[in-house]
Every structure is written in C-alpha cells, then in structure tokens.
Design a protein around this ligand. Structure first.
Ligand code: AMP
Ligand code: MG
Length: 448
C-alpha cells in the first residue's frame, strides 16, 4: 500500500484499479495442503494433475456385442448373415487374458478388456444375441466400437492444471486418473466484524435510533459465496478500546478479516480507523467510486514464532506499547505473520459493492485464482441514469441477460438495502461520464 501518489486520479482520490492493484500486490496465496478428492470440490488446484497411465489404460469395448476378426464378418449383411461360435464371454472388470481365434466370436460387454487378436466389436443390435452361436447381420470395420488405450489421454499429459478451481468435471478427471488426494489451496477463513453502537442483532427488538446489523450477515454470506469459510462476530460498539481486542480475537483463526463501519471521512466515531491507524500497516484512502469511497486495507500482524494453535494471545495494544506506542510506526516486515484486513464502509450498499469489487478478487488471490472477479458484460439501458463526475459509479440494476437489457433501479442511496435486494447486476459508469440515456450501452457486472 505504498506509492499511492502515482495513482491519484483527482484531488486525493485513488482510482479503483490502483486500489485493487495494491490489494492484490499485498496478498500472498495460502500454502497448499493435501486434501482427499472428496473434499476438494470448489477449491483451487495447487499442482498439475497428470495422467500416470494412458486413459483408458487398456483397449476395451465401447459397446455390448461380440469381438470378432474383420475378415470373418466381411461378407455379412441382412441378406447373407454370418454365424460364428461364441467361445467365451468377457465382462467389465474381467482381468483374464482372452485370445480370439479366427472363425470365432467372444461375447464382450462395454468397458471389458478387448481379447488379444480381436479387430472389431459387432454391436449386439446387429446380431441375434446368441450365447453359444451368434448370427451377425452386418460388417464391422477394423476398430469398430473399440476404445484404444491412450485414446482419451496419453501418459504424462496434464489433465487439470494448477490454478484450476475444481468443478465436478475436474474431480471426475482426477478420480479417473487414479488420484485419491490432491494439493489444493485451503478454503480461506474469513472473519467478519461489524462496528457501530447503533447496531442490534436481527431477531431482537429495537427502539428508534437503533438499526439491525445487516452488514456482517451480508459479508459473511458473500464470502461463503466466494468459496470461503466465513463467520461473523458479535457487533462491536463504537468504543475504541473494544475494537482492537475484537479484531485480535479473530486473527488466529482468520486468513482474512473484514470489518464494516467506522471508517468515514473523519468523525470521532470512526473508531475502526482510529484504532487501526496506530498499527501503521493499514492505509485509509478515498477511492474514486460511488458507493464505497472510504476504503481501508492493509495487514494486521501475528507473532511469527507461534504455531497456529498456540500463537501468543497478547493484545495488539500490548505489542504496540512494547514498541513505545509510536503512532504510525509500522510493524517490521518479516517479523510477523500478516493477516490481510479490509475495513469497509458502513452503509450496506457501500460495503456490498466494496466487497464485490475489492474483497472478492482478494479472496481469489488467497487461493492463487485470478478469476474470481465478477463477470463483466454489456447491456442496453432501458432508462437514463446519472453519475457524479470523477467517480466510478456502481449502480444497482436488473439485468435481462436473454435480451441484453439493463434497467437501473430507483433508490440508489448507499443505505437503500431494499434496492440492493432487487438487483442482480451493477451498472458501471466511468469516472468522466455524468449521465447516460436510454438506449445507450453500459458496462455491467453480473452479481453472483
Ligand atoms: P459508518 O461507516 O460507521 O459511519 O456507518 C455509515 C452508515 O452505515 C450509518 O448509517 C450506519 O448506521 C450504517 N451501518 C453501519 N454498519 C452497519 C451494519 N452493520 N448494518 C447496517 N447498517 C450499518
Ligand atoms: Mg459507525
């Protein structure tokens, strides 16, 4: 989070790209771990999985039928059927060594190993299905209904590359190649904490002046949607002395921390900013976007010496005090293990957009996956919209993918969570554009 001045777009605003680049430049991928294939779905592969044998590994039948020599059925047709003695039967899984003699047939099932000397498989549909003798009404070319060893993949061929997020088809290939366990990036653990003395737990009664906390539930859900193990912590009130201990409590079990609230542009209630600023490892910025202008990102440190289970529980405040409580003094690099932290703005729509634009790609980076950003598309506006100069707008909209139409929703205030609940896309309006008309084509981010 250095060298911000190069990226300043207007006034002291930093561009969306520069902020994201700084975030991604800070994140280190989690160390790979070996997991059973049954647990690997949805994770990112950390090794190239190659075929240890050819696939398939032996010549086998593609159909239920009869293994034959081509010459024995060369004259066969509807009018002039050929009858051959059936001398054996091979089922899938049969490991016996069979040899086909000229003038005979071997009954064979789909996936069964091809007998030595067999040149084609005549499908059962072309025959009378006989067991002692079979009458065949058709010719078969050499190789007919035979799957050759290596016809799917050669030995040593890369089947699924490192960096692939494992979908069911990848799991299938890895299993088919005989691997029971693979090296993957672990599921990132995300701790979510919302701050604000006005916040109450949903499900409890409130009085005017209080609101129910929606951010922490929303962000934890969004992190899960992005493939994380996410959990929310109880609400932290706007008391500076409670903020650092609350964050520290979560550090030992988090690969990423996300807070919301308390980072606005400078009130005395901006307790997250006030508390974290003293660590000197988190930078608070104004990003040229709307919603979501106040952003904080950086790292919070853990002692490097301790194993994850028994890391020192000393408070961050205590460690700061050890260093003489020097404000703005950064923790020495290399001395500590660093947990990335996002301090997102408190308005729910700001927090949501900030998560999707910044935290989601960062979660991808924790897994060495650069493909976790939102899907981009373009669509025609069904109505006009406005956007402030010098800021990139992310407006809530309803995307009709089949017709490539995007409808901007009314109620674009960053507190208007009801509008958020109706949206399935964000309309991205460039910094220099202040209005767009119906019929114009807009950039759209598809919400997951
Ligand atoms: P702040 O960033 O703390 O100044 O909060 C900005 C606005 O977002 C205020 O109106 C807060 O009440 C609201 N807000 C902050 N945190 C939450 C939350 N967890 N859930 C819903 N609204 C919140
Ligand atoms: Mg607040």
């Amino acid at each position: 989070m250095t060298d911000t001045h190069a990226h300043v777009v207007a006034g002291d605003l930093v561009s969306v790209e520069a902020h994201l680049a700084d975030i991604l430049g800070t994140i280190r991928p989690l160390a790979p771990t070996e997991l059973s294939l049954a647990d690997a779905y949805g994770l990112v592969l950390a090794e190239d999985v190659t075929a240890s044998t050819p696939l398939p590994s032996f010549d086998n039948s593609a159909m239920d039928g009869y293994a034959v020599r081509v010459a024995d059925v060369a004259s066969s047709s509807e009018a002039t059927p050929v009858t051959l003695p059936v001398v054996a039967e091979v089922a899938a899984g049969d490991t016996g060594a069979y040899a086909l003699q000229a003038g005979t047939a071997i009954r064979i099932m789909t996936g069964a190993m091809l007998p030595h000397g067999a040149e084609a498989v005549v499908p059962v549909e072309w025959t009378d299905g006989g067991t002692a003798r079979v009458t065949i009404r058709g010719q078969a070319e050499r190789g007919h209904a035979i799957r050759l060893a290596g016809g799917d993949a050669r030995a040593g061929e890369v089947l699924v590359g490192a960096g692939t997020r494992l979908h069911p088809m990848h799991i299938a290939v890895i299993a088919a190649a005989g691997r029971g366990a693979v090296q993957v990036r672990p599921q990132p653990r995300v701790a979510v904490l919302s701050t604000g003395s006005e916040l109450a737990e949903p499900g409890t009664p409130i009085v005017p002046g209080r609101i129910w906390d929606s951010n922490s539930f929303m962000i934890a859900a969004a992190a899960r949607e992005a493939g994380c193990l996410a959990y929310r912590q109880a609400i932290v009130p706007d008391r500076p002395e409670e903020v650092l201990p609350a964050i520290e409590d979560q550090l030992v079990r988090a690969d990423l921390m996300i807070t919301t609230g308390g980072v606005s542009m400078g009130g005395e209630y901006d307790v997250v900013k006030a508390a974290l600023r003293r660590l000197g490892t988190i930078e608070f910025r104004k990003v040229a976007m709307q919603p979501g202008m106040p952003q904080g990102f950086g790292t919070v440190a853990l002692p490097a010496s301790a194993a994850p289970e028994d890391r020192s529980r000393r408070s961050l405040l205590g460690r700061l005090a050890d260093r003489g409580e020097v404000a703005e003094s950064p923790v020495r690099p290399g001395e500590h293990e660093h947990v990335p932290i996002f301090t997102l703005p408190g308005n729910p729509v700001s927090a949501y957009v900030s998560f999707q634009v910044f935290a989601r790609p960062a979660i991808g980076a924790l897994q060495a996956d650069d493909g976790l950003g939102l899907e981009q598309t373009r669509a025609e506006l069904t109505g006009p919209l406005r956007s402030p100069p010098g800021r990139r707008s992310f407006l809530r909209g309803v995307l009709d993918r089949s017709r490539a139409l995007i409808t901007p929703l009314t109620g674009q205030g960053s507190h208007q969570v009801a509008t958020l609940g109706r949206a399935n896309a964000l309309i991205v309006v460039p910094e220099q554009v202040v209005q767009m008309h119906q019929g114009e084509t807009a950039d759209v981010l598809v919400l997951p």
